[in-house]
Write a protein that binds this ligand. Structure first.
Ligand SMILES: Cc1cc2nc3c(=O)[nH]c(=O)nc-3n(C[C@H](O)[C@H](O)[C@H](O)COP(=O)(O)O)c2cc1C
Length: 209
């Protein structure tokens, strides 16, 4: 199984979401899964934000691209090609300001491409990544369950579910370690342990699929 392993935390050390996504990959390996990793570290190689040239390039046929458009869209083509070549996505991400880090949003802007990862025309829309699966392993400072500090404010999960669903992914699993900051170290430790237990359980379903 070829896995694209994406991490979005700005912290390359001491990151809880990186710890969790690496734990999931290790759990898959420990279960004997034959996996090949395509690593994409968004803190080390942050994708460019979509600019005027990229936006213009995706709005017209490739045959009509100017040399500037072609150069601007080439990194986006390369990112989309890497996702297309993967069987599965494993994404480690923190919550920043109730949603995803801007680097991860930029990544999705490059991946979500008409004619490559989805088709949209007058007849309708169709995602093209249906055969792939994804695991999103996140961490957050606060707690989001009913009655807790940030109840109702998790914009990360529905946003990523919408983006991946739009591209056709239906097998998307979310595992969250939280609260990792605002409820003290004991709560953080308990949250990480529960998230790792969930990661082990998910790894077993992936390993036997
Ligand atoms: C810029 C920034 C914004 C944050 N915003 C939130 C937030 O909106 N909600 C929350 O629960 N935690 C927030 N946090 C806390 C992080 O989600 C938490 O520390 C998380 O574990 C960071 O992930 P990491 O350990 O992988 O770096 C924020 C942290 C930073 C640095």
């Amino acid at each position: 199984m070829k896995i694209m392993h994406v991490d979005a935390s700005a912290r390359t050390r001491g990151s809880h979401s990186r710890e969790l996504s690496a734990y999931f990959i290790d759990a898959l390996r420990d279960l004997g899964s034959d996996i090949e990793i395509d690593r994409f570290d968004l803190a080390i190689n942050p994708p460019r934000h979509f600019g005027a040239l990229e936006t213009a390039a995706v709005s017209i046929a490739e045959a009509d691209h100017t040399p500037e458009m072609r150069a601007a869209i080439e990194p986006s083509d390369a990112i989309a090609a890497r996702v297309l070549a993967a069987d599965a996505l494993v994404i480690g991400t923190p919550i920043y300001n109730f949603g995803m880090p801007s680097t991860l949003k930029a990544f999705f802007d490059h991946v979500s491409r008409n004619g490559k990862t989805f088709l949209a025309d007058a007849k309708g829309m169709q995602g093209l990544l249906g055969a792939k699966k994804a695991a999103v392993l996140s961490s957050a400072g606060g707690a989001y369950s009913d009655g807790e500090m940030f109840e109702g404010l998790d914009c990360l999960t529905p946003h990523i579910r919408a983006i991946l669903g739009f591209m056709g992914l239906t097998q998307v699993s979310f595992i969250a370690a939280r609260p990792m900051m605002f409820a003290g170290p004991d709560a953080a430790q308990t949250s990480m342990k529960a998230a790792k237990d969930a990661a082990n359980a998910l790894a077993r379903t992936w390993a036997t699929a």
